[in-house]
Ligand binder design. Structure first.
Ligand code: FEO
Length: 151
Protein backbone atom coordinates (compact mmCIF):
# COMPACT_ATOMS: atom_id res chain seq x y z
CA UNK A 1 0.00 0.00 0.00
CA UNK A 2 1.30 3.43 -0.91
CA UNK A 3 2.55 5.36 2.10
CA UNK A 4 1.42 8.96 1.84
CA UNK A 5 2.08 9.76 5.49
CA UNK A 6 5.01 11.88 6.44
CA UNK A 7 5.42 13.02 10.04
CA UNK A 8 6.89 16.41 9.17
CA UNK A 9 4.49 17.10 6.36
CA UNK A 10 2.81 20.50 6.31
CA UNK A 11 -0.85 21.05 5.62
CA UNK A 12 -1.60 19.98 2.08
CA UNK A 13 -3.69 22.61 0.35
CA UNK A 14 -6.11 21.52 -2.31
CA UNK A 15 -8.47 23.27 -4.60
CA UNK A 16 -11.40 21.56 -6.25
CA UNK A 17 -11.42 22.02 -9.99
CA UNK A 18 -13.44 20.82 -12.94
CA UNK A 19 -10.69 18.26 -13.62
CA UNK A 20 -12.07 16.21 -10.75
CA UNK A 21 -15.70 16.32 -11.90
CA UNK A 22 -16.83 12.95 -13.19
CA UNK A 23 -20.19 14.08 -14.51
CA UNK A 24 -22.50 12.30 -12.06
CA UNK A 25 -23.78 14.95 -9.67
CA UNK A 26 -24.21 12.76 -6.59
CA UNK A 27 -20.66 11.42 -6.95
CA UNK A 28 -19.10 14.85 -7.61
CA UNK A 29 -20.96 16.32 -4.63
CA UNK A 30 -19.80 13.50 -2.36
CA UNK A 31 -16.19 13.90 -3.47
CA UNK A 32 -16.34 17.64 -2.77
CA UNK A 33 -17.89 17.05 0.62
CA UNK A 34 -15.21 14.50 1.60
CA UNK A 35 -12.51 16.99 0.65
CA UNK A 36 -14.28 19.71 2.65
CA UNK A 37 -14.53 17.37 5.62
CA UNK A 38 -10.80 16.60 5.43
CA UNK A 39 -9.95 20.29 5.10
CA UNK A 40 -12.30 21.47 7.87
CA UNK A 41 -11.23 18.68 10.20
CA UNK A 42 -7.85 20.26 10.46
CA UNK A 43 -8.82 23.92 10.06
CA UNK A 44 -11.39 23.73 12.88
CA UNK A 45 -9.25 21.75 15.30
CA UNK A 46 -8.75 23.51 18.64
CA UNK A 47 -5.18 24.42 19.58
CA UNK A 48 -5.28 22.91 23.07
CA UNK A 49 -4.57 19.18 23.19
CA UNK A 50 -7.40 18.17 25.55
CA UNK A 51 -9.95 20.15 23.50
CA UNK A 52 -8.50 18.75 20.29
CA UNK A 53 -8.95 15.17 21.54
CA UNK A 54 -12.62 15.76 22.35
CA UNK A 55 -13.12 17.44 18.99
CA UNK A 56 -11.39 14.59 17.13
CA UNK A 57 -13.48 11.97 18.88
CA UNK A 58 -16.68 13.83 17.99
CA UNK A 59 -15.94 14.50 14.34
CA UNK A 60 -13.95 11.54 13.08
CA UNK A 61 -16.89 9.14 13.15
CA UNK A 62 -18.95 11.51 11.00
CA UNK A 63 -16.15 11.79 8.46
CA UNK A 64 -15.65 8.04 8.23
CA UNK A 65 -19.41 7.38 8.03
CA UNK A 66 -19.72 9.85 5.17
CA UNK A 67 -16.82 8.27 3.30
CA UNK A 68 -18.49 4.87 3.72
CA UNK A 69 -21.74 6.28 2.30
CA UNK A 70 -19.81 7.51 -0.71
CA UNK A 71 -18.14 4.13 -1.25
CA UNK A 72 -21.52 2.38 -0.95
CA UNK A 73 -22.98 4.79 -3.54
CA UNK A 74 -20.24 4.01 -6.02
CA UNK A 75 -20.28 0.29 -5.35
CA UNK A 76 -24.06 0.31 -5.89
CA UNK A 77 -23.60 1.92 -9.31
CA UNK A 78 -20.85 -0.56 -10.19
CA UNK A 79 -22.99 -3.54 -9.22
CA UNK A 80 -26.05 -2.20 -11.01
CA UNK A 81 -24.05 -1.75 -14.21
CA UNK A 82 -22.07 -5.00 -13.79
CA UNK A 83 -18.80 -3.09 -13.90
CA UNK A 84 -16.02 -5.67 -14.42
CA UNK A 85 -13.58 -3.76 -12.18
CA UNK A 86 -15.90 -3.90 -9.17
CA UNK A 87 -13.81 -6.20 -6.95
CA UNK A 88 -10.59 -4.29 -7.54
CA UNK A 89 -12.29 -0.96 -6.89
CA UNK A 90 -13.99 -2.25 -3.74
CA UNK A 91 -10.59 -3.45 -2.50
CA UNK A 92 -9.16 0.06 -3.01
CA UNK A 93 -12.01 1.42 -0.86
CA UNK A 94 -11.38 -1.19 1.83
CA UNK A 95 -7.65 -0.45 1.87
CA UNK A 96 -8.41 3.23 2.31
CA UNK A 97 -10.71 2.55 5.27
CA UNK A 98 -8.03 0.34 6.85
CA UNK A 99 -5.51 3.15 6.50
CA UNK A 100 -7.96 5.59 8.07
CA UNK A 101 -8.56 3.22 10.98
CA UNK A 102 -4.79 2.96 11.49
CA UNK A 103 -4.56 6.73 11.46
CA UNK A 104 -7.33 7.05 14.08
CA UNK A 105 -5.58 4.51 16.32
CA UNK A 106 -2.33 6.39 15.84
CA UNK A 107 -3.97 9.61 16.99
CA UNK A 108 -5.64 7.91 19.93
CA UNK A 109 -2.34 6.42 21.02
CA UNK A 110 -0.88 9.91 21.35
CA UNK A 111 0.47 10.92 17.94
CA UNK A 112 -1.02 14.36 17.49
CA UNK A 113 0.40 14.59 13.97
CA UNK A 114 -2.03 11.85 12.98
CA UNK A 115 -4.75 14.49 12.65
CA UNK A 116 -2.75 16.40 10.06
CA UNK A 117 -1.66 13.15 8.42
CA UNK A 118 -5.24 11.95 8.18
CA UNK A 119 -6.40 15.20 6.60
CA UNK A 120 -3.53 15.27 4.09
CA UNK A 121 -3.78 11.60 3.28
CA UNK A 122 -7.53 11.83 2.64
CA UNK A 123 -7.18 14.85 0.36
CA UNK A 124 -4.38 13.26 -1.67
CA UNK A 125 -6.01 9.84 -1.80
CA UNK A 126 -9.39 11.15 -2.94
CA UNK A 127 -7.97 13.30 -5.73
CA UNK A 128 -5.67 10.54 -6.92
CA UNK A 129 -8.41 7.91 -6.65
CA UNK A 130 -10.87 10.04 -8.66
CA UNK A 131 -8.47 10.50 -11.57
CA UNK A 132 -7.06 6.96 -11.68
CA UNK A 133 -9.76 4.64 -10.35
CA UNK A 134 -13.22 6.25 -10.21
CA UNK A 135 -12.76 7.43 -13.76
CA UNK A 136 -12.80 3.79 -14.94
CA UNK A 137 -16.33 2.98 -13.80
CA UNK A 138 -17.54 6.39 -14.99
CA UNK A 139 -16.23 5.69 -18.51
CA UNK A 140 -17.84 2.26 -18.42
CA UNK A 141 -21.12 3.77 -17.18
CA UNK A 142 -21.09 6.38 -19.95
CA UNK A 143 -20.42 3.70 -22.59
CA UNK A 144 -23.52 1.81 -21.43
CA UNK A 145 -25.64 4.95 -21.73
CA UNK A 146 -24.29 5.67 -25.23
CA UNK A 147 -24.90 2.05 -26.32
CA UNK A 148 -28.47 2.12 -24.99
CA UNK A 149 -29.16 5.45 -26.71
CA UNK A 150 -27.89 4.06 -30.03
CA UNK A 151 -30.36 1.10 -29.96
FE1 FEO B 1 -14.97 8.09 -5.17
FE2 FEO B 1 -14.02 5.08 -5.51
O1 FEO B 1 -14.23 6.56 -4.51
Amino acid sequence: MENLFHPKEKIYHIKWSGTYCLGINIIDDQHKKILDFAKDLLANAPKKLDEERIYFKGIIGQVVDYIKIHFATEEGIMLATRFPGYEEHKKAHEDFILTVVRSIKDYESGNRMALCNFSNYTKKWVLSHITTTDIKYIEYFKEIIIRKAAR
